[in-house]
Design a protein around this ligand. Structure first.
Ligand SMILES: *[C@@H]1O[C@H](CO)[C@@H](O)[C@H](O)[C@H]1NC(C)=O
Length: 388
């Protein structure tokens, strides 16, 4: 109160103050009632200038006095969301409201406005609820998530996936996840309440790197809008190899003809085995099986890396016309896997032996009157070669 007032004025002021106090109590009582009544709602993202409500009418204020009484919203915000027009007493939106910016993730977004009138001073509270619209789609932090899973994992093993975020609140936040259809994986969604939902990839069927070295999946997050908005992330699963495959010979039966006396170094046959594992698990080395007769090791050789079998010693048909040799292919895994196969070598006779004549019995002299047909000598001719 200003100083220098005379007694009469003071008395007036006192009475007025008393009246004001009563008014205040009444106002508080009324406000209690009124505060429950003056509540508006407006959707986020509406245009600037959208009408929120007719405050003057709803508070029972005389429109014509608003200007004189400087009706306004008291706000510390430099860039307020709402303003009242003193001419029509209507509450307007001052700028676009992003609910997620104003209220973050809370389920209801209420803004309390304090409006004041001067002469006499009146304070009225107005609550505006900002309604959420589904203005955001779920998004993942990355475009792609890469998982490395050993092919030895058993069905049922779980791998957490990246979760999506959606700034919208309540039903417009992320509600569900979907995984692109595939035979090897299924999706489980763990509901962590306030913290949202976590998608989990579950191995459903044994992974076989040799059947599929990697899997490309799409995880989709959906919010609860109608229609829902969605966001995707690519899930790449790389299957890590274990040594689960033995080398396999590309031919069922190895059978070959070889001339006897073939020069040392002659190629007999080239065997080939493949191993579908990766790296050392899939590198093949060839050798003779441990059960092969020592003697054969002097006749034949096999190149460990090419599988080429060559002649190493003298091949003599007359000594042996058919060989059956066990060879093996092993991979270079830590615990190598091995396959075995027989190579059948048929030796072709070449005409390398002259006929040999053997006189079994011989008569030194024969009588002059010997009859035709009389045996003179017994000779046998033998050739070590066969056939012609
Ligand atoms: C072995 O067989 C595989 C598959 O048939 C083939 O790709 C490869 O070239 C063969 N290797 C040789 C040395 O013949």
């Amino acid at each position: 109160m200003a100083s220098g007032l005379n007694m009469e004025q003071r008395g007036y002021e006192r009475r007025r103050a008393r009246g004001y106090l009563v008014g205040c109590v009444l106002a508080v009582l009324l406000w209690r009632v009124a505060s429950a009544q003056i509540r508006y709602s407006v959707s986020e993202e509406v245009n600037e200038g959208t009408v929120v409500g007719n405050v003057a009418k709803d508070l029972g204020l005389d429109k014509s006095t608003l200007k004189d009484r400087k009706y306004r919203i008291v706000s510390s915000n430099a860039d307020p969301l709402f303003h009242v027009n003193q001419n029509d007493g209507i509450l307007y939106v001052s700028r676009k409201i992003d609910r997620e910016e104003v209220c973050a993730q809370s389920s209801t977004c209420l803004i309390n406005l304090k409006t004041v009138l001067e002469n006499p001073l009146e304070v009225h509270y107005v609550r505006v609820e900002v309604l959420d619209i589904n203005d955001h789609s779920p998004t993942f932090a990355d475009e792609e998530q890469i998982l490395e899973i050993s092919e030895s994992v058993l069905p049922g093993v779980r791998f957490p996936l990246q979760h999506a975020r959606d700034p919208d609140g309540g039903p417009f936040s992320v509600q569900q996840y979907k995984l692109s259809p595939n035979d090897y994986f299924r999706l489980e969604v763990k509901d962590k309440g306030e913290d949202g939902k976590i998608p989990i990839l579950v191995v459903q069927k044994s992974l076989d790197r040799e059947a599929a070295g990697s899997h490309s999946l799409v995880l989709t997050a959906l919010d609860g809008g109608k229609p829902p908005k969605s966001g995707d992330i690519n899930i790449i699963v790389n299957v890590l190899d274990i040594n689960d495959n033995a080398p396999v010979f590309t031919t069922d039966v190895y059978s070959v003809m070889l001339d006897e006396n073939a020069p040392v170094g002659t190629t007999v046959i080239q065997v080939n085995a493949t191993d579908s594992d990766e790296g050392p698990n899939g590198e093949v080395v060839y050798s003779f099986s441990s059960i092969v007769n020592r003697r054969l090791l002097n006749l034949f050789d096999i190149d460990p890396s090419t599988g080429k079998m060559t002649v190493k010693g003298l091949i003599d048909y007359e000594e042996k016309d058919r060989y059956e040799i066990e060879i093996q292919a092993s991979d270079k895994g830590l615990a190598p896997l091995t396959s075995q196969k027989s190579v059948i070598i048929k030796i072709v006779d070449v005409n390398d032996n002259p006929p040999e004549i053997e006189v079994t019995s011989f008569s030194n002299s024969i009588p002059e009157d010997s009859r035709p047909g009389t045996t003179v000598a017994l000779i046998s001719v033998n050739d070590l070669d066969s056939g012609l």
